[in-house]
Design a protein around this ligand. Structure first.
Ligand code: NDP
Length: 487
């Protein structure tokens, strides 16, 4: 299986290589086969990308928003036409089951390009009448945006960052995670085909140090990162040197609260989606599932039965539910948490190890796992595992569960399942998290602002709010009379 791109980077509308950069090897996580070899960008390539983006941004920003929007919407159409090919590529690069990538990756990216394409013409300021003068404001683009992605949703993250940035008239340099370098290049090809001028969207490959070069580069006006909270802290500190704008989408340890009166099958479905979708590699996952004591036994019975029925196997077979983790390195971390959970005394109900899958012995597989009787102090209830590992905790009262749900440095997401509508809104209102659901989990339509509170991040992606994050306000005072001066 090969998915070799023509070259590693995409700058100023063309593929370019940088043989001086260190090698990046992309592997199919289901088998560990090498699917592509690329090289990281050195400083010269980063400089070339910034120079191209700086040149291109001026003319791009000068286009009417409606013309920018038309190009983004055309790109959305092309993404949809090529959804299957892009989904196969994403499955090869990430290992996620094709059943998922067909509906959740390029498809979500297309929605985002379409949505912000539609909004591009509505970037507008306001007017304030001062009687003898007036003030108007313009929402101007920031300039060149460095977008740095994680490996769990490569093309989706590229689109979630590029679409609002481009709609507002910025140019973008995207650095994919080094484990999943491929689909961002396809997006570059598609945007060019849709009419995006050369240099407006560029891709540079690399590890953390290439990301750091971008964050420290004086030619970059804003950094938008999706990654771990620790990386977020480093990026914010580096960005502070040149006072760059930042949007940070970081990690989480989100609560999913199930009250006694919840619809059991729906709550179990949500808990499974919130822990096993994308093999558990989703930042907003509800990894602390709080179940009220009266429902506990019924909930766990159904959860265990349904988890045992999850089909692992060939990710390219559309009947497969769950693929491997993204890499062996990441699996080491996830497996260590399985051992930590057992040693901490959590009750292992299902999973807990490595599955045996014929033909896929070399892959980074791990079983979907459920621990019950988890307590708040256990590391599996406090730290982000980023794998298919669910921790179920018991609770008795609403007051208690709200306090325990908030007892975390993270604040990305939360969900509540209950038939009591007033309790649902009351509880969600008291949870300190940026993205929340009532009787649902992990649905992220592009219209819904997405992001975290506390150490889960700063700023929001998606929704109208994201456009504001890629513009800055210029105020213009217009005098309508003489200048009064005491001299
Ligand atoms: P990392 O934080 O390790 O990496 C994220 C990106 O930052 C990668 O492209 C990485 O490059 C780059 N990077 C690393 N160090 C630096 C640095 N000092 N300066 C600039 N860039 C740097 O995250 P993962 O890729 O491991 O992704 C998993 C994490 O992402 C989880 O914590 C998850 O919760 C979070 N996430 C958050 C989301 C959200 O929207 N809130 C959504 C998805 C994931 P390289 O890969 O080459 O090291």
């Amino acid at each position: 299986m090969r998915a070799q791109p023509p070259a590693s980077h995409f700058i100023d509308g063309a593929y370019v290589d940088d043989p001086a950069g260190v090698e990046i090897v992309s592997r199919y996580p289901a088998t560990d086969e090498v699917i592509a070899r690329l090289t990281a960008a050195t400083a010269a390539t980063v400089d070339a990308a910034v120079a191209a983006a700086t040149r291109a941004q001026v003319e791009w920003a000068a286009l009417p928003g409606r013309e920018r929007g038309r190009i983004l919407r055309r790109a959305a159409d092309i993404l949809r036409e090529r959804n299957r090919d892009l989904s196969v590529l994403e499955t090869l690069d990430t290992g996620k089951a094709l059943q998922e990538t067909l509906v959740a990756d390029a498809a979500s990216g297309a929605d985002c390009l379409e949505y912000f394409g539609g909004l591009a013409a509505s970037v507008e300021g306001s007017t304030v009448d001062l009687g003898s003068a007036f003030v108007y404001t313009r929402r101007e683009p920031l300039g060149v945006v460095a977008a740095i992605g994680a490996w769990n949703y490569p093309i989706q993250i590229a689109c979630w960052k590029a679409a609002p940035a481009l709609a507002a008239g910025n140019a973008v340099i995207f650095k994919p995670a080094e484990t999943t370098p491929l689909s961002a290049l396809k997006l570059a090809e598609i945007l060019k085909e849709a009419g995006l001028p050369d240099g407006v969207y560029n891709v540079v490959q690399g590890h953390g140090d290439t990301g750091r070069m971008l964050v420290r580069h004086p030619g970059i006006a804003k950094v938008s990162l999706t990654g771990e909270s620790g990386t977020g802290r480093k990026v914010m500190a580096d960005a502070a040197e040149t006072l760059k704008h930042v949007t940070l989408e970081l990690g989480g340890k989100s609560p999913l609260i199930v009250f006694d009166d919840a619809h059991v099958e729906n709550a179990v479905s949500a808990a499974m989606l919130a822990n096993f979708y994308s093999t558990g590699q989703i930042c907003s996952n509800g990894t602390r599932v709080f179940v009220q004591k009266g429902l506990k036994d019924r909930f766990l019975d159904r959860l265990v039965a349904r988890t045992k029925a999850i089909r692992l196997g060939d990710p390219l077979d559309e009947d497969t539910h769950l693929g491997p983790l993204v890499s062996h390195e990441h699996r080491k971390k996830v497996l260590s948490y399985l051992e930590i959970g057992k040693a901490e005394g959590a009750r292992l109900l299902v999973g807990g190890g490595v599955p045996k899958l014929q033909g896929f012995e070399g892959g980074a597989w791990v079983e979907p796992t459920v621990f019950a009787d988890v307590t708040d102090d256990m590391r599996i209830a406090r730290e982000e595992i980023f794998g298919p590992v669910m921790a179920v905790l018991d609770f008795e009262t609403e007051e208690e569960v709200v306090a325990r749900a908030n007892d975390t440095p993270f604040g990305l997401a939360a969900g509540v399942f209950t038939a009591d509508i007033t309790r649902a809104h009351r509880v969600i209102g008291r949870i300190k998290a940026g993205t929340t659901w009532i009787n649902a989990y992990n649905l992220t339509p592009v219209e819904m602002p997405f992001g975290g509170m506390k150490q889960s991040g700063l700023g929001r992606e998606n929704g109208r709010a994201a456009l504001d994050a890629y513009t800055q306000v210029k105020s213009v005072y217009v005098a309508m009379g003489d200048v009064e001066a005491p001299y």
